[in-house]
Design a protein around this ligand. Structure first.
Ligand code: F6P
Length: 329
């Protein structure tokens, strides 16, 4: 006797901060599901739209011409209402109307925290895709959007380097990363930054000024400091001010890159990561998996429980900070 697969009607949504490659992930989920004979529905504005029933059936053509586009055609939001039981119950009732019996959640920590709770309470299987520029999820080497954001930072830093050199200035460039310094580290090494300041390590301003003096003695007249917004000594403006107090002779400038890092056409790496994990997410639901995030580690597909993806600390390459410093001398 054949048993009916549990999941036949999938809902897909993007939630939390958007990231380049989310559209490629939506495309992969929609087309894989249709290819498997399933019905697939787009849920708009993340958990907010799930609560409000902003749900539409998607066809193959609904995801035409989006693989190259940044942002998310399904839109995204952070939902306070979904943090309450009433909100989640309403979301469940919306899904029931469309007979949706499986979900693919594309997002980061907050998205998976909500998904885990929802699955426990309403027994709807959820598989996650890592969509965030922060790359702070355990269980995947990279998250969807991180590579594009790193390239955006490096392109900006290269341009800033031109003017920094012309004017003999020290630039403090603030990049995103409220709690994580992966974007700062990766882009800082690639941009040849003199210093990289991240939340994962304690920042000592005196140490920076001592090394800057050393650089000046070696006739270095300009430089770049990449500051993750969540650094323990503050953002780029705070750090620049503290350095300036100790070294008034330095001509310092600050650039905050902000949300420019969240947009743009996804790189090849992000498109492939999104397409491959999106495909695997649908198959995972068919196989009965739930409350897991699909990732890629060492070029192999991995499934990590939401519990671990959210709570375990991903390996941070502290050596990269030292590497940047040595190579910048
Ligand atoms: O996407 C993650 C992230 O970029 C964090 O690094 C940043 O602090 C946050 O989102 C800001 O997002 P928003 O402006 O959407 O609140």
């Amino acid at each position: 006797m054949f048993s009916m697969p549990r999941v036949t009607r999938i809902g897909v949504f993007t939630s939390g901060g958007d990231s380049p490659g989310m559209n490629a992930a939506i495309r992969a989920v929609v087309r894989t599901a249709i290819n498997e004979g399933m019905d697939v529905f787009g849920i708009y504005r993340g958990y907010e739209g799930m609560i409000d029933g902003q749900i539409e059936q998607m066809e193959r053509h609904s995801v035409s011409n989006i693989i190259q586009r940044g942002g998310t055609i399904l839109k995204s939001a952070r939902s306070k209402r979904f943090m309450t039981y009433e909100g989640r119950l309403q979301a469940y009732q919306s899904l029931e109307k469309f007979k949706i019996n499986g979900l693919v959640a594309i997002g980061g920590n907050g998205t998976f925290t909500g998904a885990q709770q929802f699955e426990k309470e309403f027994n709807i299987p959820v598989v996650g895709l890592p969509g965030t520029i922060d790359n702070d999820l355990y269980g995947t080497d990279f998250t969807i959007g991180f590579d594009t954001a790193s390239n955006t930072v490096v392109q900006a830093a290269d341009k800033i380097r031109d003017t920094a050199t012309s004017h003999d200035r020290l630039f403090f460039i603030e990049v995103m990363g409220r709690d994580a310094g992966y974007l700062a580290l990766w882009s800082g090494v690639a941009a040849g930054a003199e210093f990289i300041l991240v939340p994962e390590t304690k920042t000592y301003i005196d140490n920076i000024t001592r090394l800057l003096k050393h650089d000046m003695r070696k006739n270095k007249t300009s430089g770049i400091v990449i500051v993750a917004e969540g650094d323990d000594m503050g953002g780029a403006y705070d750090i620049a001010r503290q350095v300036k107090e100790r070294l008034p002779e330095i001509d310092a400038r600050v650039t905050v890159l902000g949300h420019v890092q969240r947009g743009g056409s996804p790189t090849v790496q992000d498109r492939i990561l999104a397409s491959w994990t999106g495909f695997e997410a649908v198959h995972a639901l068919i196989e009965g998996k739930s409350s897991v995030m699909v990732g890629i580690e060492d070029k192999k597909i991995t499934f990590t429980s939401f519990e671990d993806a959210i709570n375990k600390k991903k390996n941070f390459n502290f050596g990269g900070l030292e590497l940047a410093r040595i190579l910048a001398l």
